[in-house]
Design a protein. Structure first.
Length: 97
């Protein structure tokens, strides 16, 4: 019988990630913490959004913090999006099709 250590990242009582990689779990937990702080910041600035939309927006911003930081440094959105899409390999390409 094998013993498997699993790390479960919960957010607001819901399991968001189950993994055997502690670094991955810690990274995801930190991203969720950043997203929570972004949601609080957005609300404090008087922007009224539906809770689910605000959560989704803050998670997208937190997951893509490097790209967002490039935008704050003055890069064009098209450049940032192009560099991000260059990092994505399609399943067909990865399979050699």
């Amino acid at each position: 019988m094998a013993v498997i250590t699993q790390y479960v990242v919960q957010h607001k009582g819901v399991d968001k990630l189950v993994t055997t990689d502690k670094k991955e779990a810690d990274k995801y937990d930190k991203m969720l913490s950043i997203a929570d702080n972004l949601a609080v910041y957005i609300a404090a600035k008087g922007i009224e959004l539906d809770e689910s939309i605000c959560e989704e927006l803050s998670i997208v911003l937190a997951k893509n913090k490097e790209g967002v930081a490039k935008l704050f440094r003055g890069l064009d959105a098209d450049e940032v999006l192009a560099s991000e899409s260059a990092d994505i390999v399609s399943i067909n390409e990865a399979a050699g099709e």
